[in-house]
Write a protein that binds this ligand. Structure first.
Ligand code: ATP
Ligand code: MG
Ligand code: MG
Ligand code: MG
Length: 433
């Protein structure tokens, strides 16, 4: 992509309404633009990152055996009356009527809809277990939308729903999602801490939240310091034994921690940190299958309400969380896995024919090799170009200037470390391809 033809409204000024660094940087780097309170347009660079996060989430869901589908954003109130949640949900639900005075809502979550779809299609134990998921926009009329996409009103969520014949099956489905979450967050370059979460009025059920540690997190988490020792490699290849190890350690969301009378972790090992909730998994049993009249025939001819679980990931919130976890004074530092482009190619002198020709040639070669490259071919000062590259945080910067070209070299900079290296064009290309 040539920057001269792209749409990248980068700004130098720090937006005054943004309180936390990720929100500031998302605005400055031209990733998003607010269009109404808590509602954002995703600009081209932001959309590339969002798509990459979404794709990693999708791959790990697929690997866990979940099946992708797509449910609509708009739902009917009748569906929610079946579960009894229409009245219970409160003002976070955006409600409206269509031209025929039918009550509608913009979905804040999809338990009811998936339960109705599954109920109407599945009658036999032969069709279980199943886990279905979609990645779709949600709307919650948050009292205080803030921190940009971190607490938006419209936001992108991956939500999965599992259906099992019995509790042992639900446990297995829950663990498969737990594993998928550990791998997903590790691939996104994040250290996520799984903590026990409150289960609400239903009780007795299992629930975990996944938190990214950051001072700007809106939740408090309490956990055994040993959780920090779990290596990234271990998480990337997580399995049932990883879960056993992690859930064997004390780790609680605030409300849960407060319920504990004698914390089993000694004070010197108990960590208290702020966390950003990026995922939440929940085994709730027959709550919706019973209220919505979902039954399947068992092998011996009986009837049961399937055991259900639901599993959310805040896909758009993750972008903020990644930036909170990975930035410096000059801007974003994208992990390779979600960077909008792998490399930025900077032509230091667009008005110098030889320099432009050499840069064009490198650009063509990188493209031919399949490297995602953003080529700054604009006629701008070098300093402004560097600032742009730093704020948008691409993992590599390849800098082409007339002086270097005379010596037959270009400069390769690693964004994360700031290390710069002079090398031949061939060597630089070899490093990036
Ligand atoms: P929170 O405690 O932050 O309000 P929640 O517990 O209400 O989140 P869930 O119902 O568990 O959210 O939804 C699943 C995931 O969706 C959350 O873990 C979070 O990552 C994401 N999410 C929830 N609300 C928002 C929001 N307003 N903006 C962006 N992401 C959100
Ligand atoms: Mg909430
Ligand atoms: Mg929460
Ligand atoms: Mg939650």
């Amino acid at each position: 992509m040539r920057l001269s033809r792209y749409f990248l409204p980068v700004t130098k000024e720090t937006p005054s309404d943004a309180q936390i660094v990720s929100h500031k940087l998302m605005l400055r780097a031209g990733l998003i633009r607010q269009t109404a309170s808590g509602i954002y347009a995703w600009l081209p660079l932001g959309l590339r990152v969002l798509n990459k996060i979404e794709q990693i989430v999708r791959e790990e869901q697929d690997k866990a055996g979940a099946i992708e589908m797509l449910m609509p954003t708009i739902q009917s109130a009748d569906l929610w009356r079946q579960s009894g949640r229409y009245d219970a949900y409160g003002p976070e639900m955006l409600r409206f009527t269509d031209r025929h005075e039918r009550e509608m809502l913009y979905g804040p979550t999809n338990e009811e809809m998936i339960a109705a779809i599954f109920r109407d299609a599945v009658k036999s134990y032969r069709d279980l277990p199943r886990t279905l998921y979609h990645i779709q926009w949600k709307f919650r009329d948050e009292v205080r939308p803030r921190f940009g996409v971190m607490r938006g009103r419209e936001f992108l969520m991956k939500d999965a729903y599992s259906f099992d014949l019995d509790e042992a099956g639900l446990q297995a489905s829950y663990e498969a999602m737990f594993v998928a979450y550990l791998r997903t967050f590790a691939r996104l370059g994040l250290q996520a801490v799984p903590v026990r979460a409150p289960t609400g009025p239903i009780g007795g059920n299992l629930s975990h939240e996944f938190h990214i540690l950051a001072d700007t997190g809106e939740s408090a988490v309490f956990y055994d310091a040993a959780l920090e020792d779990v290596s990234r490699d271990e998480l990337l290849s997580a399995d049932a034994s990883t879960i056993a190890k992690l859930t064997g350690l004390y780790a609680m969301e605030e409300e849960e921690h407060q319920k504990v009378e004698n914390c089993p972790v000694s004070a010197d090992r108990l960590r208290t940190r702020r966390g950003i909730e990026v995922g939440h998994i929940f085994a709730f049993g027959t709550k919706y299958s019973a209220s919505m009249g979902m039954t399947v025939q068992t092998r011996d001819g009986g009837q049961v309400h399937p055991q259900m679980g639901s599993y959310g990931i805040g896909v758009s919130r993750l972008m903020g969380a990644i930036i909170e976890a990975s930035h410096d004074d000059n801007g974003i530092v994208w992990p390779d896995s979600v960077a909008p482009f792998q490399a930025g190619l900077v032509n230091m002198r667009a008005d110098d024919a030889a320099c432009a020709a050499a840069s064009d040639d490198i650009y063509a070669k990188l493209q031919a090799a399949g490297v995602e490259v953003l080529y700054d071919d604009r006629d701008e000062r070098g300093g402004a170009k560097f600032a742009t590259m730093d704020v948008i945080g691409l993992p590599w910067q390849l800098i082409v200037g007339p002086k270097g070209l005379e010596k037959g070299v270009v400069e390769l900079k690693r964004r994360a470390t700031g290390e710069r290296e002079e090398l031949s064009v061939e060597a630089a290309l070899a490093r990036l391809t």
